[in-house]
Design a protein around this ligand. Structure first.
Ligand SMILES: [Zn+2]
Length: 86
């Protein structure tokens, strides 16, 4: 998974499809990756989820999972966050 994310943005869904694992497992892997890339002086970047209705960006969100609903306009139309290692 580290190679997949190396300078390339992928969402949890992309990763689960590419690796044939469940999306839930992707999040588990991501938290391990976040630690292991630090040792290689790299960083797991999280490009935050964004509300497609009002443009609200979920920047405060530290967890890897996807928010289910916008706190601003209550829309459930949320773009998935994407991840990249650089
Ligand atoms: Zn919104």
């Amino acid at each position: 998974m580290i190679e997949l994310l190396d300078n390339k943005e992928m969402s949890a869904r992309d990763l689960s499809q590419t690796l044939s694992i469940r999306e839930k497992e992707v999040y588990t892997h991501l938290s391990h990756i976040a630690r292991s890339v630090t040792a290689q002086k790299k960083k797991l970047m999280i490009i935050p989820a964004e509300c497609l209705e009002c443009g609200f960006v979920f920047e405060q969100r530290k967890r890897f999972t996807r928010p289910s609903r916008c706190p601003h306009c209550k829309s459930e139309h949320i773009q998935n966050p994407v991840y990249r290692i650089e």
